[in-house]
Write a protein that binds this ligand. Structure first.
Ligand code: ZN
Length: 233
């Protein structure tokens, strides 16, 4: 079992983690790197792995830094299935079409502003048509219900409490390399308890390996009940 992070490690955007196990390549999230235009275009238009060799994507939620580069992945030859919760599948349609629209508008703006400019990429990273096509690869699955992704690889999505449809992904693997059972948990982005419109995050009791969001890992949030008065003030 081998895990490689291609984004969101030592940075906060462009989540992409590649799990190689039992001869399969499984991509955890396919986020868009958000940054300076030229650098972002370069980073997003290529991958650190071969998209045609990816067997499946497990998508934690519909935010662009986790789902936003799926149209490019499909454009570069990915042919597998993108598994996610039903709500994330629905939300991804809105998010990816909006992302494509922004990129098309940006490209048009720059093409008009800097005609003949070669320094700034003026091609959209992907178009609305690319985004629409990538949606055909999505498959919605239920929370809390395990399914066999590949022989010896079981997947379960649990509530992450971050946004509608967000999931903690748990993989139960019988590793063919050493015959050991291993559990890998990938939190994606985690929410907090007692939020007014989102379910509480599910507690994962046990894992051999944990990939955990740590964006706010170095600070203590005020109690959630103090949020609304603070906002009003
Ligand atoms: Zn998020």
């Amino acid at each position: 079992m081998k895990l490689t992070s291609y984004g969101a490690a030592l940075q906060v955007t462009g989540s992409q983690h590649l799990l190689e196990v039992n001869g399969k390549k499984i991509l955890l999230d396919c986020g868009l790197f958000q940054g300076h235009r030229k650098q972002a275009f370069e980073q997003n238009s290529t991958f650190g792995f071969d998209p045609t060799q990816i067997d499946a994507v497990l998508l934690s939620h519909a935010h662009i830094d986790h789902a936003g580069n799926i149209p490019t992945l499909v454009k570069r030859g990915f042919k597998g299935v993108i598994y996610t919760t039903h709500a994330t599948k629905s939300l991804s349609e809105v998010m990816l079409l909006d992302s494509a629209f922004i990129q098309e508008s940006d490209a048009e703006y720059f093409a008009n502003k800097y005609p003949g400019e070669t320094e700034v990429p003026i091609e959209p990273l992907y178009t609305s048509k690319d985004a629409e096509f990538s949606l055909e690869f999505f498959k919605g699955v239920d929370y809390n219900r395990s399914f066999e992704l590949f022989p010896g690889i079981k997947v379960t999505f649990y509530e992450a409490g971050h946004v509608l449809g967000s999931a903690v992904t748990v993989l139960d693997v019988l590793d063919e390399d050493d015959g050991q059972n291993k559990r890998l948990a990938y939190t994606g982005d985690l929410g907090r308890e007692r939020l007014p419109i989102i379910n509480d995050p599910h507690q994962i009791n046990q894992a051999d390996y944990l990939i955990c969001e740590s964006t706010y890992g170095d600070r203590t949030h005020d109690p959630i009940e103090e949020g609304i008065p603070a906002l009003a003030a």
